[in-house]
Design a protein around this ligand. Sequence first.
Ligand SMILES: Nc1nc2c(c(=O)[nH]1)N[C@H]1C(S)=C(S)[C@@H](COP(=O)(O)OP(=O)(O)OC[C@H]3O[C@@H](n4cnc5c(N)ncnc54)[C@H](O)[C@@H]3O)O[C@H]1N2
Ligand code: MOO
Length: 416
Amino acid sequence: MNPSIVPDFPSGLPFEQARAIVAAVAAAQRLPSQTLALARAHGHVLAQDVVAPMALPSFDNSAMDGFAVRHADLATDADSALQLVGEQFAGHSLGLAIGRRQCLRITTGAPLPAGADAIAIKESACVDGNRVVVPAGSVRPGAHVRRTGEDVRAGDRVLEAGWVMSPARIALAASLGIGQLEVARRPTVAVFTTGDELVEPGMALQPGQIYNSNRELLMGLLRGDGLEPTAWPSLADDPARVASMLQDAASSFDVVITCGAVSAGEKDHIPALLQHQAAAGRGRMHFWKVRMKPGMPLLFAQLERAQLLCLPGNPVSVLATYLTFGRALLDGLQGRLEPRPHWHARLASAFDKRHARREFLRGRLLPGADGTLQVAPNPADGSHRLAAAAQSDALIVLPEGEHAFVAGELVEVLPY
Ligand SMILES: Nc1nc2c(c(=O)[nH]1)N[C@H]1C(S)=C(S)[C@@H](COP(=O)(O)OP(=O)(O)OC[C@H]3O[C@@H](n4cnc5c(N)ncnc54)[C@H](O)[C@@H]3O)O[C@H]1N2
Ligand code: MOO
């Protein structure tokens, strides 16, 4: 198959335009929701708002171990002696009440007795039999009382569809007694590496061969995003075999990610192959080639019901295109509305950008002398330079157009 094809689909797109296509396709192909037990919902995208079925706290209670008192009984200019009339521990409400100049021993989380409106902490009070002395001025009005509904009122919308279930959000749902959540189904993802030159780590290399690093890179990125991807054995540059494997994966996975064989070489079969499938009514070419560096030959297509993201083979291109396009596709399919973290930092050293594409340079985040975030660009900017990517922890986004960036200039960074 000759890879020098005439595109009848969008090609050579600006970055933002390509991203908009990914977002639109993902929105149109949103995955259905599923009901999961709370314990299994960690990291999933919420598919339905969560409305509080009860208030939090659900009853007035003590925030400290000590004595439940009536603030009006306490003198401001002298110590106050109160009569100890009982005790209320956390766990079982005894329905107790206190009257004038009375107090009740209480523990953290225990229901406040009727009549009480403040807590004198244990450390400041003096107990002698059933007499408790509270030092003057040691208890302010309402001290250490946790009021019903001060955190959440019944009926509040506490979590919104599109939010990711972080541990704090799971814990909030648990505290509301919610045992199940409606979340987006996770996309199933197949990962392919391609190329006659690839050998798996641990095997012996023949002249001209290289080790397959992209598979572990992609599997790690996907697993880090909470997915359970399936990797195929690496595919040789054989168009018939690549076609049959992709067809096979596209019939059983939501997303197929390939890397390599999408550029201009004689063995770069994937664009022509997918264009052929699209022409035969088995899919669609969304776009090929984006004005970015690295990652320019990126291809996005549909085959059968699967979305295919075909990343360029260079390892740093895989990293940059996964972080900018792979994630956007997977997040969009799950209906994620919360944006991924993207910050701004000052360039620690100058960088001369001599091309018009949007660049995703590798760099290391560090606190500057004034405590603000800085990013040091790695000078090894070739898309085969994995060591530079491994020494870095962020992509530095340099916008379209030639520009000589000076040290101290503010740039956008995508931490990875
Ligand atoms: N004449 C042109 N040549 C190239 C162009 C172009 O526009 N015109 N684009 C260049 C750019 S930019 C990139 S990026 C690469 C992308 O090429 P492919 O996506 O077709 O990828 P391959 O040629 O298969 O591989 C590129 C490079 O990466 C190595 N590789 C591939 N897979 C793996 C793997 N799993 N693990 C580690 N390394 C891998 C492969 O050996 C090549 O060195 O094309 C440029 N050329
Ligand atoms: O655009 Mo390629 O991905 O530079 O190496």
